[in-house]
Design a protein around this ligand. Structure first.
Ligand SMILES: [Fe+2]
Ligand SMILES: [Fe+2]
Length: 176
């Protein structure tokens, strides 16, 4: 839930940016770059990663009620939607950079889609899912999950930057 509060701060920034695009009809590629990195690394890999890879996985083992099992499926589908919208945003931004000014409205749309999506998704998890899901776990199991979350976070930065180096080595023009 703490991570949701950080995502909400990004959503406020996105809303400010869509208002600016409305006025200027221009896209700021630096803002989009930072936004895409935040969504992919923080909201998706780090945050959705822990939800799907730890919380949902452990809850599925507890034979959740039909309502909660359905909610897990729904939340996973929503994560897929966020990934796709981020990809669409990236492609529309590339198109603007290549000179297609028509794509500015697509950039606006995908930013707006993300800004509308996250608060609803977060509200569903905060109010209808996280608290009830804790009732399936003993305090000891909750503690173990918390440790798993810390371990997940601890490894993430190393994975991210090893991958960055892998990619950079692939495109390194001076490689021997
Ligand atoms: Fe989620
Ligand atoms: Fe979440």
């Amino acid at each position: 839930m703490q991570e949701h509060r950080t995502i909400e701060r990004m959503i406020t920034l996105i809303n400010n940016e869509t208002a600016r695009i409305n006025e200027t009809r221009k896209v700021n590629p630096n803002f989009i770059d930072a936004t895409i990195d935040f969504i992919r690394t923080y909201a998706d890999r780090c945050h959705h990663g822990k939800e799907e890879g730890i919380l949902f996985r452990e809850l599925s083992k507890k034979q959740p009620s039909e309502e909660h099992a359905l909610m897990i499926k729904e939340l996973i589908t929503e994560h897929v939607y966020a990934r796709k919208t981020t990809r669409d945003l990236e492609n529309a931004t590339k198109s603007v950079i290549e000179g297609n000014s028509e794509a500015v409205k697509d950039v606006w749309k995908y930013l707006n889609d993300l800004a509308e999506f996250y608060p609803k998704h977060i509200e569903k998890e905060d109010k209808k899912f996280f608290m009830p899901s804790m009732e399936y776990f003993t305090p000891q199991e909750q503690e173990t999950m918390l440790q798993d979350f810390w371990n997940f976070d601890r490894k993430l930065i190393h994975q991210k930057y090893s991958k960055t180096i892998d990619e950079m080595e692939k495109t390194d023009l001076n490689k021997s």
